[in-house]
Design a protein around this ligand. Structure first.
Ligand code: SF4
Ligand code: SF4
Length: 311
């Protein structure tokens, strides 16, 4: 039986949903448009990417995802809900909610690889899965495909679902009907700008990365800037998502790997203080938290404790 591209697309959407993808959207692969390319270039030239040097590299690939998979014609953008049912006690040094479960690189890659295998079997096309590792403009493609829109807080927001999602993409060497770009927009209520504890969000939607607690506690190496208070955040920061009205309609994930692990829910301040490098490695082996490394985690914790002590 020969299926049309539209029929294949319907089957792919259904399979994605069965696997736990909350929303999926298709876009035709073309080079990134000039406006988006220029905005990114200015952002890099302004050094807003801090120490994330990888963001300067592979601009040819970043501007044209077809270079990631010869013959790629379609990009499928997938949103996977990570919102855990439970979060830590608020007195304990806080870990961003996306990092309370298993490392999303592992979970999302497994999930999308299963979906990609299904697509290959269904269509005979070649695929490539991208999960935060390839030089791909995730949010650009998410907007273009109609998955959602970008808020002033720089998060990809999915209408009626919110922003607590991981994004992943599948490139396919087959043409499928594209979805319509999203017409909804950020409410521009300013709640995220006001609530940001580091004053890192500018009203025009640009982020001062060098002040953002999420960047500083995860990506930044070396001393933390003296004038940014972490305010009990030891890894990442959820504030600009927690206050966003688009998240009022969000609901917890059904993916068990993204529920908060018992080990993290019971990790209190005393236990954090006495963590050894070996315990850190064992505890966070399958957690995104390993990205900050032991030294970074303990640096963050020292700052949190010093702030509590009023130093
Ligand atoms: S808090 Fe308001 S301004 Fe900020 S992203 Fe959400 S809707 Fe937009
Ligand atoms: S993650 Fe935290 S520090 Fe960074 S922009 Fe959002 S609220 Fe501000």
């Amino acid at each position: 039986m020969n299926l049309t591209p539209s029929q294949c697309k319907e089957l792919i959407v259904a399979e994605a949903s069965r696997l736990g993808v909350e929303k999926i959207a298709f876009a035709s692969i073309d080079p990134v448009d000039d406006e988006a390319r220029n905005i990114y270039q200015r952002w890099i030239e302004g050094r807003h990417h801090g120490e994330m040097a990888y963001m300067e590299k592979y601009s040819d690939v970043r501007d044209n995802p077809a270079l990631l998979l010869p013959g790629a014609k379609t990009i499928v953008c997938c949103a996977i809900n990570y919102q855990p049912r439970q979060r830590q006690d608020t007195n304990v040094p806080q870990i961003a909610s996306y990092a309370l479960g298993r490392d999303y690189h592992e979970v999302v890659r497994e999930l999308l690889s299963t979906l990609a295998a299904y697509i290959e079997q269904l269509t005979g096309a070649k695929t490539r899965v991208c999960v935060d590792t390839a030089p791909l403009r995730e949010r650009y493609w998410a907007v273009k495909s109609g998955l959602g829109f970008v808020g002033i807080n720089n998060q990809l927001i999915i209408p009626s679902r919110g922003s607590r999602f991981f994004l992943g993409e599948i490139l396919i060497t087959e043409k499928f009907p594209s979805d319509e770009p999203c017409t909804q927009k950020c409410l521009r209520c300013g709640a995220c700008v006001k609530a940001c504890p580091a004053r890192a969000i500018n009203a025009d939607g640009s982020i001062d990365t060098q002040r953002c607690i999420s960047y500083l506690t995860i990506e930044h190496r070396g001393d933390l800037p003296a004038d940014v208070k972490l305010g009990n955040k030891v890894y990442g920061c959820d504030v600009c998502q927690d206050v966003c009205p688009h998240n009022l309609c969000s609901s917890p994930t059904t993916i068990s790997d993204f529920q908060a692990s018992e080990a993290l829910l019971t990790l209190d301040e005393e236990a954090m203080k006495t963590l050894t490098p070996e315990q850190f490695s064992a505890l966070f082996r399958h957690s995104a938290i390993k990205r900050t490394k032991y030294v970074g985690f303990m640096r963050n914790l020292s700052r949190v404790l010093a702030e509590k002590a009023g130093d």
